[in-house]
Design a protein around this ligand. Structure first.
Ligand code: SAH
Length: 220
């Protein structure tokens, strides 16, 4: 790890471990996820001016009007997705700064992640390469269409809020697989959709606060 990655003071391993203890106290019990979040240098996913706040339990701005999800949200969504230890393929919609992507790369064999804002994805691509995370495939596209050519997926995670999930996306979940996403408008909740041989079941969980899922792509 280089010096910027290893961090000092508010970006040090000790600060990161305090974040892990907080997540544990808040009910996150999946040790694989806690250990992943304990090793990934979250501070390099935000602008340098915000690095000292990277381990606080808050969402922070990452340019283009988007936000990096709080550590708790990342842990919670990862935990909801990681119900089986055998996640072969996962699809993430809304790469953003790539922090959630990096966590997913530790719990799945292969992660596909789609982002609609081109320049945001370009920076994220460099960052994830720097971290030498190799089991990910990033794509600049409208994620609402999914990625049929790579599917079906054991898990799909959406990191922006929507009112309904398009059928094309639901069809890309394997039977026995699931999708974790925020749903709503003013009031949003985490949702889990599970696919079984009969169809789909939806479970509505705690209230959350995400940026909206938008259609189309932004080139520059
Ligand atoms: N997990 C990311 C969350 C970023 S915020 C992180 O922690 O950094 C949500 C992201 O979803 C934004 O980057 C936004 O541009 C992206 N997004 C919104 N609608 C999208 C769509 N239709 N397809 C792909 N990405 C989308």
């Amino acid at each position: 790890m280089n010096v910027r990655h290893s961090g000092i003071g508010m970006t040090s391993q000790r600060t990161r471990m305090r974040m892990i203890e907080r997540l544990r106290a808040q009910g996150i019990a999946d040790e694989v996820i806690l250990s992943a979040m304990g090793t990934i240098p979250r501070h390099i996913f935000v602008e340098e001016a915000l690095a000292s706040r990277a381990y606080e339990d808050v969402a922070l701005p990452i340019n283009y009007g988007q936000t990096i999800s709080s550590p708790w949200i990342v842990a919670r969504m990862s935990e909801l997705l990681h119900v089986t230890s055998n996640l072969e393929k996962v699809l993430e919609i809304g790469t953003g700064c790539g922090y959630q992507t990096a966590v997913l790369a530790k719990i799945a064999q292969k992660v596909y992640s789609i982002e609609r804002i081109g320049p945001l994805l370009t920076r994220t691509r460099v960052r994830l390469q720097e971290l030498q995370i190799r089991n990910i495939y990033l794509k600049h596209a409208d994620g609402l269409l999914g990625l049929a050519e790579a599917g079906p997926f054991d898990g799909i995670i959406m990191t922006a809020v929507t009112t309904h999930v398009p059928t094309t996306l639901l069809e890309q979940i394997v039977v026995g697989g699931r999708m974790v996403f925020p749903k709503g408008t003013q009031k949003q909740n985490l949702c889990v959709i599970e696919r079984n041989s009969q169809g789909y079941t939806e479970t509505v969980l705690e209230e959350v606060n995400f940026v909206p899922m938008l259609a189309g792509v932004i080139k520059k």
